[in-house]
Write a protein that binds this ligand. Sequence first.
Ligand code: NAD
Length: 509
Amino acid sequence: MTSLPTAEELRRLAEEAARRCGVDLDAVAGDHPVTSPVNGQHLLSVRRQTAADVAAAVERAGAAFRQWRTVPAPVRGGLVRRLGELLREHKADLATLVSIEVGKITSEAAGEVQEMIDICEFAVGLSRQLYGRTIASERPGHRLTENWHPLGVVGVISAFNFPVAVWSWNTALALVCGDPVVWKPSELAPLSALASAALLDRAIAETGAPEGLSQVLIGGADVGEALVDSPGIALLSATGSTRMGRAVGPRVADRFGRSLLELGGNNAAIVTPSADLDLTTRGVVFSAAGTAGQRCTTMRRVIVHEDVADALVERVAAAYRNLPIGSPLEGGTLVGPLIHDAAYKGMQDALQAARQQGGEVVVGGGRRLAEEAPDAWYAEPALVRMPGQTDIVRQETFAPVLYVLTYRTLEEAVALNNDVPQGLSSTIFTSDQAEAERFLAADGSDCGIANVNIGTSGAEIGGAFGGEKATGGGRESGSDAWKGYMRRATNTINFSGELPLAQGVEFPI
Ligand code: NAD
């Protein structure tokens, strides 16, 4: 590994990429410091918004909604098509910003921007397929239909680890559904957000769409809270920790707003005796150590049959010992930094708790590059054998710690998979079709995502994304997740000339 980039190098790269995306760096300069996890040093400072700015942004978005909701959906799709083109053109720029602000390796950062392009393409197709339905009426001369209408302003709160893709999943769908978006990105990645929003602003200007359709609010939890409480936000889509969701959900419900919660995960793989261990090892290592363990779908538990546990642990440990850890901007690196010191401390605390609860750290857990970059937090992904599903295993630690548990019967393995508060992603590695089907059945995995012979992370945009229980229950991205961004109207049309009442009710006057 060569050395980490200097603060000047990172600043130059970030400023050039942001400018190419259309960010006016002078206009956004302020006193909110941005730190790069790549070297732990100050990158630049941007302006923060206040709660008063939130009200003004929601009002502007509300005005845009009143125009946008009557624009035909396929025409709305034209705006998203242009956004997709601009994202394609600036894929490398946005990926650079994502790498610099949150430490993703180049390939994963480019993958995140590819997801943005993919969801735009999906949404353009969707703009001609916002289908309602005709329902058989019980009355003669009546037609019963269901139609979907734009809902209103969508508020998006996003987490640091997918600093731009989550916005695009929501925004591409919201825009074709007729809804403006007010975005409160992670305070840790404001430049990536400003660059994405600048591309959308350009698409809006070029296609003649209403100006207020897209708003960005840079700030912390206080700005998020103002958005949550804003009566002008019809749907609040919040991605982040379960702690955040627990604060946000009841507040939105209290004002009868709609919320879409995408919260923490504690994702497991079941590895059966018939599993192909080479394929399993690759799937486990990408899901557990990739993104330095900082995906909501990161694999945090392996539940392996006792007959193959030693063989699997040996293979995963061997792969872990050889993982290239270092600058995410350098080709060949597979594991970049943790986001900040608190994440590293959380990892060390979890490892200590695991030891106290009977665990044995097989490999990893140490720190790298501490001398070169004392304020950057590079950690060796840790593999920990546990005697059972103890308290620490049932928590989400947002760092690369993979717990290994063993099982004897598949029923026991599925019970362990489900016996955690979260319900996001899960997988089974097996060559036995019956085992795979049992895992996917109604009494199998209770997660929103259940896979066979692939890892827990790396979902495609075509499927609905989200999870159950403490993961929040929301679904976004593909399939029919668009319905969450629209309101449903049931229409009964009487062309009979009579007035028959439903259920045969008589009401003579
Ligand atoms: P976080 O909860 O600290 O912050 C997420 C966002 O919420 C930030 O923009 C933050 O400013 C805002 N926020 C925090 N408290 C708030 C409050 N009380 N009111 C309004 N807004 C508030 O999460 P993070 O550290 O940025 O991200 C990591 C977490 O996100 C992990 O738990 C991870 O599993 C989860 N995550 C989930 C998904 C998913 O789709 N399920 C995707 C990505 C990340």
